[in-house]
Design a protein around this ligand. Structure first.
Ligand SMILES: [Ca+2]
Length: 149
């Protein structure tokens, strides 16, 4: 993980702030000042290759950025690429085969990780096209990658 850097241009930051209606001076409630406390998607198995981290930058005072875990109804250029993933968030996430949180899906709880989505139990390699953050740490009501207990 330590080898991964995240680069965001100013335009990205500004558009993210505008989208959320956040001014540069404001510190939004529930913002998480830790970029890795969210869902991390990798385009190769074993946490290798390109990375898509599920967050939005909600403020940036030039010294410190604030990152908020953020659902995405359309992963865009990262759609149909994910081969491994880790949930570093405090909440569960659901990943979907199709955009707009549709089609086949699996839930991943905080602290869980899937090293290879092509595994026969899921057959979900290069499928994920949207990802939604839940308001709970549990996966009640959703099929999960792993059973509990
Ligand atoms: Ca897909």
């Amino acid at each position: 993980m330590s080898g991964i850097s995240v680069r965001l241009g100013l335009a990205t930051v500004v558009s993210a702030m505008a989208m959320l209606g956040v001014s540069a001076a404001a510190t939004p409630a529930h913002a998480v000042d830790e970029q890795w406390h969210t869902l991390v998607l990798h385009d190769d198995a074993g946490y290798e290759g390109g990375v898509r981290v599920m967050y939005t930058v909600v403020s940036n005072d030039a010294y410190d950025r604030v990152y908020m875990p953020t659902s995405s109804p359309d992963l865009g250029s990262f759609s149909d690429k994910t081969s491994s993933l880790t949930n570093n968030d405090w909440m569960a996430w659901v990943v979907y085969d199709d955009k707009q949180y549709r089609d086949r899906h699996y839930c991943i709880r905080p602290g869980e990780t899937v090293p290879n989505l092509s595994s026969s139990q899921w057959k979900f390699n290069d499928k994920i096209s949207s990802a939604r953050r839940l308001d709970t740490a549990g996966c009640a009501g959703y099929p999960a990658f792993y059973s509990v207990g």
